[in-house]
Design a protein around this ligand. Structure first.
Ligand code: HEC
Length: 146
């Protein structure tokens, strides 16, 4: 075997090894994948949110209909929160219909908004463009991502 083809095989072997290491690292890192799971109550709230077409007028993380406001952080916004959410569900306003939810259903929706709220901030202006070109965003739930 010539020296150049030995070098060729050596380089390919190194590249293959690096590729393997890369895959092991990538697929074993939680990275930016949200690790929170919705509790059973929150799942019920999510179903109510979908089945009652809240999506058609409201957004989460900017996605949805645009007749009503974004609800991503409705749970923790100052002056809003659980009672505020329930008040809207009880009475409806302007173009928002009045819903006849049971107390349990309202609690499920509130629990859903609470867990959505914990996943982050929208819109998030707290971003920094680093010298490398990556954008670093400050997340609300720093412990679940690095
Ligand atoms: C037909 C459109 C429509 C649908 C469907 C709708 N909403 Fe609304 N909602 C609105 C509008 C418009 C407002 C804003 C009213 C205002 O501020 O005067 C609003 C306001 C709210 C607010 C207060 C938001 C804030 O930041 O002040 C909450 C909470 C809310 N809606 C929850 C829901 C939920 C939960 C559902 C589904 C069960 C739902 N809405 C379905 C139109 C809708």
């Amino acid at each position: 075997m010539s020296a150049s083809s030995r070098l060729y095989i050596f380089v390919i072997a190194i590249l293959l090894a690096l590729f393997c290491i890369y895959n092991v690292v990538v697929y074993n890192t939680d990275g930016y994948v949200a690790v929170e799971k919705l509790s059973p109550t929150a799942v019920k709230g999510q179903q109510l949110f979908q089945n009652n077409r809240c999506w058609s007028c409201h957004q989460l993380y900017g996605l949805g209909g645009y007749l009503g406001p974004d609800l991503t952080n409705i749970y923790s916004t100052e002056g809003k929160g659980p009672l505020y959410i329930k008040a809207f569900l009880n009475s409806g306003v302007k173009s928002m219909p009045q819903y006849n939810f049971s107390e349990e259903e309202k609690d499920a929706l509130v629990q859903y908004f609470k867990q959505v709220d914990q996943t982050g901030i929208y819109p998030n202006y707290n971003a920094e463009i680093e010298a490398t070109g990556w954008v670093k965003i400050k997340y609300r739930n720093e412990t679940s991502r690095d």
